[in-house]
Write a protein that binds this ligand. Structure first.
Ligand SMILES: [Zn+2]
Length: 231
């Protein structure tokens, strides 16, 4: 049976070869998501072991975090942005799992490994229905596969749908997300070190709003990790 499946998969990939999500060259048999070259040139931030890194600084004076970090730099027009675009807009969950597993592996042997549970930033119900899945859940599942930490995707709830943030200024973004989350299951995270996960961090406004609600649970410590940092 397995052989037949392998044969059929081989046949399918002959007609529909997979392409590298970054550079678009066709992938070889042992490559998935990215070609070997793009895998080796991923723009990793190296922030995990750097207290005071630019992602952590976004939260200074706003919410108390144990640490904050991102796996990759996403500069404007970066070929790697398609990893997130494929996940978010084309439903390619494997791209998100891939990023999550990379992030999970890179967090091991860092202070982030001290976190006990993973909490994700929820989408509004209407958006979740439209998209069919939450991209931060997919990334969190990838982290969980590597680290074994449980993903709690029902701790936060998004009360209102926000307009797209891409065209807004920093202050407007902050105003736009203030008060949009509530912590509906504080008992699940009480006394725990929580790793809050999202796909991308830009100004940190959404994560600040979500993190603020998490910190309302008793005795919680908060760390933040995203797949990408857009600066
Ligand atoms: Zn490539």
């Amino acid at each position: 049976m397995l052989l037949v499946r392998k044969y059929l998969e081989g046949l399918v990939s002959l007609f529909y070869p997979d392409f590298c999500l970054a550079c678009n060259t066709s992938l070889l048999g042992n490559e998935t998501i990215l070609c070997t070259f793009c895998r080796h040139t991923l723009p990793v931030t190296g922030f995990h072991n750097s207290p005071g890194n630019p992602v952590e600084k976004l939260f200074w004076g706003r919410i108390p975090v144990v640490g904050a970090t991102s796996l990759l730099f996403f500069e404007k027009g970066s070929k790697y942005q398609s990893l997130i675009h494929q996940l978010k807009y084309y439903g390619k969950k494997e791209a998100g799992k891939f990023l999550g597993r990379l992030l999970g592996a890179s967090l091991q042997d860092t202070s982030f490994n001290d976190a006990e549970v993973i909490v994700t930033v929820p989408l509004h119900k209407a958006k979740l229905r439209r998209r069919g899945f939450n991209q931060s859940d997919v990334i969190a599942q990838g982290i969980s596969e590597i680290t074994g930490k449980p993903v709690l995707s029902n701790v936060l709830r998004r009360k209102t749908n926000t307009k797209s943030q891409t065209r807004q200024k920093r202050y407007d973004r902050w105003k736009n997300v203030e008060g949009i989350f509530e912590c509906s299951k504080p008992d699940l995270i009480k006394g725990k070190h929580v790793l809050l996960v999202d796909d991308v961090v830009t100004t940190g406004a959404t994560l600040e709003a979500a993190g603020g609600r998490i910190l309302e649970a008793d005795g919680v410590r908060l760390s933040i990790a995203t797949a990408a940092f857009v600066n």
